[in-house]
Write a protein that binds this ligand. Structure first.
Ligand code: MG
Ligand code: MG
Length: 268
């Protein structure tokens, strides 16, 4: 069942999403060679609590930490640990926050120091595919239109689109209907509605789309051990059009990046 949100509820969800955005922005300055994912996790937990929210993932389905930390060939759901990040790594940081009864949930894949041109391209293409998908999340379209757009763009670079893990509706629970696959057929699936809120999150592999799971019961890896990228935003349909609730602005501010990719989807 899809839970549509009132304009007031969408504003509460924006608050939760922005706490996650600010947490990722804070972490952007801390991601560097030598830091451990467990250290970053502790920073994030304090930051979220200091902002009057609770970590959204901690304890959810018994997940042990605040952040899902997935380096290099890990796709998603990695558990923070004591291994230091190294120059040339990439690290997907997925973060959730719960405030006023609503969840925020979004993710960014960071570069650790200098990464190879091939990896840089994977990150750029995956992030661009997120916005290409968001553009399709509007009245008149269906779930398959988002997935089709993401798949068509990323596969044109020879990349693999993860099938087993998908985006999702978001609200008073972390995972609501509908599932939002990053692959699909145009014009297929459920119709989008005013007041709908979803997390769109392409998980794109440099090589095969196939994945395996580690014995820890959480971490998902690419089957060929090639790198994987993951970017996620929370988006609402307002006046028929996609409107971002989360933003990468805080990350870009920390990293000194300028970008206009979010402009079409900002609250007017
Ligand atoms: Mg997420
Ligand atoms: Mg999600």
């Amino acid at each position: 069942m899809i839970h549509l949100k009132t304009p007031e509820e969408i504003e509460l969800m924006r608050e939760s999403a922005l706490i996650v955005s600010k947490t990722l922005g804070m972490l952007a300055s801390e991601v560097k060679p030598g830091v451990t994912t467990l250290q970053l996790d502790a920073l994030a937990e304090s930051f979220i609590r200091d902002h009057g929210a609770e970590p959204g993932f901690l304890g959810l389905y018994d997940f042990p930490n605040t952040l899902c930390m997935s380096p290099n060939e890990q796709v998603v759901h990695g558990i923070p640990n004591n291994t230091p990040l190294a120059e040339g790594d990439i690290i997907s940081i997925d973060c959730g926050a719960l405030k006023n009864g609503f969840y925020g949930d979004h993710a960014y894949t960071f570069e650790v120091g200098e990464v190879s041109p091939e990896v840089k391209q994977l990150l750029e293409v995956t992030k661009k595919s997120l916005y290409i998908g968001i553009e399709q999340f509007k009245l008149g379209n269906r779930v398959g239109d988002v997935g089709y757009a993401i798949q068509e763009y990323t596969e044109s670079f020879g990349y693999g689109v993860v099938r087993e893990l998908v985006g999702h509706g978001l609200g008073r629970t972390m995972h609501e209907d509908p599932e939002m696959p990053n692959y699909g057929k145009r014009g297929r699936g459920k119709k989008f509605m005013e007041g709908q809120v979803v997390a769109i999150e392409p998980m794109i592999n440099m090589g095969t789309h196939r994945i395996i799971q580690l014995n820890d019961g959480w971490s998902i890896l690419t089957a060929d051990k090639k790198p994987s990228a993951h970017f996620e935003h929370d988006v609402a349909i307002v006046n028929g059009k996609p409107q971002l609730l989360s933003t990468f602005d805080y990350i870009y501010e920390a990293l000194g990046i300028t970008s206009d990719e979010e402009d079409p989807f900002r609250k007017k």
